[in-house]
Every structure is written in C-alpha cells, then in structure tokens.
Design a binder for this molecule. Structure first.
Ligand SMILES: Nc1nc2c(c(=O)[nH]1)N[C@H]1C(S)=C(S)[C@@H](COP(=O)(O)O)O[C@H]1N2
Ligand SMILES: [Mo]
Length: 449
C-alpha cells in the first residue's frame, strides 16, 4: 500500500547502476526488510499517539504526505541523478549541512583563548570525533616533526633510554576507550551561572579510543629502581607543561599514546606523543611528551602548586586531586534548545567517573522531587563516557531536568551546594555538580545553575 515494491531508484540510472539495482530488487529479503521497517515506523507513530491521548500531539509528521496519489513513495530530486564524484580534499569532512557542529572558544571571549570546547549537544554514542575534541594548551600548539621527536626516560632507572617514534611504535600496543576531562571544566559555574549551552558549561570533555604502548611495558625496558616513587612528565611545548605522577599510576594503566580514534594524534592533542592517565585530571595528560624522570618525591612544579590545587573550606590548598569525580550531564535537551511542542522526547547525556565504571544514572523530570533510573547504553566501560537514555513525555509544564550519576566506588554525584561546602570561595577545579536544565512552558531550555 505504500508503493515500496516500486523501487524509486530504477529510473534514470547508468547501466552499471541499473544492474546493481536489479540485484537489490531480486533480493526478496531486502525488500521484506524495508516493508517491515515502514510498517514498524507506522506502528510506533500510532503507539505514541495512543499513549499521548491525542493524535498529532507528537513531534512526528504524518507520513502520508510522502506518497503520491497512487500511493507510491515520492522520489527526491537527488535520487534521479548520479551524485557528485569523489570529494576533495581526499580526507573527508562532514556534510555541509553540519557546518554548525564545531568547537567553540569560551564566551565571553578571553583575551588569549587557551581552550576550545566540544559540542556535547551534537554528539551521538560515546566517541568524540577527532575534529571536535576540546583543546587546552598553555602556550599554543607546537609543530613537531615526528622524525625529530625524542622521548627520554631517566632518573631512578637501570638503563636510561632515548626513544624515537619508530622505537615506540615497535613496542606491543593497546587500544583503550577513555574519557578526558579538564579539571577546570565547569569552574566558572561553581560561583554562578555563566554558560548558556552544555558546550559552554561542560565542553572541556572528550572520549576517544587511544592507541599506544603501556608505560609499564616501556619501563620494563629501562628497569625501575625500587626507590622510585614518583614520575616527572614534561611536554616539549612552549609551556613545557610538567607534572609529577605517582609511580603506582605509571605502572597501573598509564599509556604512551600516539593515536586516537584510528589515526595518528592530532597536533592539538599532543602529536606525536602524549602521556595518557585514565581517569586523572586533564592537565596530567602531558602532550608533546619529551621526558620522563623517575624520582622519590613530587617535584612541586608550577602546575601542581600555584595552579591545579583545590582550595579547601579554610582556604588551604589540597594537593593532589588526580582522580576526576563522578559526574553526569544531560546533553539533550540542554541549554539553548527549544522543545517545539509537547510530546515525546528522549532525554540523553553522558556519565563518567575517574574511579572506574558508572553504576547508575538517575534522572529527575520534576526538579528533583522524584528520581528514576535511566537506561545505560552498552558498553559501560572503565573510565569512559557512558551514554544514558530516559524516555520523557513532556506535557508542556515548566520543569527542571536533572541527572545524577553513581559509580563503582559507591560515590554519588553531589549538588553544587555540596561541592561548595568542602571548598573556599576561590576554589575553581573539580566541579562535578549536578546540572539543572530549566524548561519553560514554551519549551525554552536554559541553564538552571
Ligand atoms: N604539554 C602540554 N600538555 C598538556 C597541556 C599543555 O598546555 N601542554 N594542557 C593540559 C590540559 S590543562 C588539559 S585539560 C589537557 C587537554 O587535552 P586535549 O587538548 O587533548 O583535549 O592536556 C593537558 N596536557
Ligand atoms: Mo586542563
């Protein structure tokens, strides 16, 4: 009845294309599959319409408009001709209709922007595409020739080593999916509402499949003296970013990473080599890594004394806060969006924790009066973003949407008041507070901080 037996692509095609289409037409299972898909879509529409009470109150258009008077599915103009040739440049880019999906600099614009933010509201699944990963650099992005790059390992080791990139890629490698969050993510929001969108409030966050060699594998090659308790990691950028890392972490799950999401690191992510410390604050993941030194104590570098310490309730600096706390945020709907009509929406977002795995995410659709468990999308991985989903039938009432994560260590995401209780007024790092999104009766969604 929907005219699906008449394949719209069979008109106006080259001979080769024609043969392809003929093969598809012969494939009865493919046709049956399409028929079932259409019927199922119809059923879902009816199902939602029934549960909402009135037909047409939902955000789906009547499929009838897609068919001509004989009941044949209408054919779009782009179906009637051959598409464009292979696109240039040969490295592919998203559709031109997606050009609004980009990283942004902070608002209001900083005099010297040092971070760009990931458009979390536009992401699907858990992986951040390489062109959308937030960047944080303290002295810009260096231009490093991988053939000229060296990693030196020295200090309390049996055999100091200087490794080229060619040496490093010869080691046994691993690929792991992990999140990376700047400990300054949401720092301004600790004091007051500053951001409009989730990109502005939470965009110093990404999740990739990282490929490299385990640091413990490389350290087995140098030998580690038993007196070694700390590791110094130094970047070769203009900031010479340098942090002290406990040896326990270095031997546990630390990676020397040279690739992300299936290709070599992007320059802004540390090309050609970065340290990756799963679950640790972003700053410790030293990019453009050139040196590792083993020692007995932390070095008290600038980035762990004057910055990247948390001010406790009495104003005393707490050192160190390596592990990122349990956190979640709803990305759809989120600040700056508008719900065009009452009806069904899927509430979805991310949850993550530096402590291990996400155990559960609760969602409130009534400003925290009641909470209900969201579905966690598999895979739920160690120190990775976890996608959660919650079905919501919005009746048009003004409300507040919240999400609250808990993790495998038993930690539960706090409210902003609970975070502030443990900190002094000038504290800026590690804001893992629950994010409220206000929804007005006309569907506008805004930051409820
Ligand atoms: N060498 C070096 N490493 C660095 C930085 C830097 O400025 N220089 N910035 C750090 C900070 S503060 C963060 S949050 C992360 C950001 O990683 P990304 O730019 O790949 O997202 O890198 C860290 N590693
Ligand atoms: Mo950071």
């Amino acid at each position: 009845m929907y005219g699906i037996n008449k394949d719209p692509r069979s008109s106006d095609q080259s001979d080769d294309k024609h043969n392809e289409i003929a093969m598809i037409k012969d494939d009865k299972t493919a046709l049956t599959r399409r028929k079932t898909a259409l019927t199922r879509r119809r059923f879902i529409q009816t199902g939602f319409a029934l549960s909402a009470g009135t037909a047409g109150s939902l955000a789906f258009n009547n499929a009838q408009a897609q068919f001509d008077s004989q009941g044949n599915l209408l054919v779009a103009p782009w179906t009637k001709k051959t598409g464009s040739d292979f696109l240039t440049p040969p490295y592919g880019v998203p559709s031109k209709y997606e050009k609004g999906v980009v990283r942004i600099l902070p608002t209001p614009a900083a005099a010297f922007p040092t971070a760009s933010r990931t458009p979390l509201q536009n992401l699907y699944g858990i992986i951040t595409p390489n062109g959308l990963i937030f960047e944080r650099h303290h002295a810009g992005v260096p231009d490093i020739d991988p053939d000229a790059h060296r990693l030196v390992i020295h200090g309390l080791v049996d055999r100091p080593l200087m490794l080229t990139m060619n040496d490093l890629v010869r080691f046994p490698s691993v690929s792991m999916i992990y999140f990376l969050e700047c400990s300054g993510n949401g720092s301004a929001e600790l004091k007051k509402r500053t951001g409009t969108t989730v990109q502005e409030t939470h965009g110093l966050l990404s999740c990739c499949e990282w490929t490299g060699v385990r640091l413990s594998t490389v350290l087995a090659e140098t030998g580690v003296k038993s007196s070694a308790k700390w590791l110094l990691a130094e970047g070769s950028d203009g900031a010479a970013m340098t942090r002290s890392i406990p040896m326990q972490k270095a031997m546990d799950d630390a990676l020397l990473v040279y690739a992300q999401n299936g290709e070599m690191l992007r320059p802004e992510q540390g090309y050609p080599l970065r340290l990756f410390l799963p679950g640790y604050e972003g700053n410790t993941n030293i990019k453009w890594l050139r040196r590792l030194k083993l020692g007995t104590e932390p070095w008290q570098t600038r980035e762990e004394t004057s910055t990247y310490t948390d001010l406790g309730a009495g104003g005393k600096a707490l050192q160190f806060t390596f592990e990122m706390g349990v956190k979640s945020v709803i990305t759809q709907p989120s600040g700056g969006m508008r719900l065009k009509q009452a009806g069904f929406y899927e509430i979805t977002g991310f949850a993550w924790t530096g402590a291990g795995k996400i155990r559960s995410v609760d969602v409130s659709i009534d400003g925290g009066k009641s909470w209900d468990q969201a579905a966690l999308q598999e895979p739920v991985l160690n120190k990775s973003l976890t996608r959660f989903r919650y079905p919501w039938m919005w009746k048009g009432e003004p409300t507040v949407l919240l999400s609250r994560a808990s993790d495998s260590s038993g930690a539960i995401q706090p409210t902003v008041d609970e975070v502030l209780k443990l900190r002094s007024a000038n504290s800026v790092y590690h804001n893992n507070a629950i994010q409220p999104w206000l929804v007005t009766a006309n569907g506008e969604v805004s930051n409820g901080r």
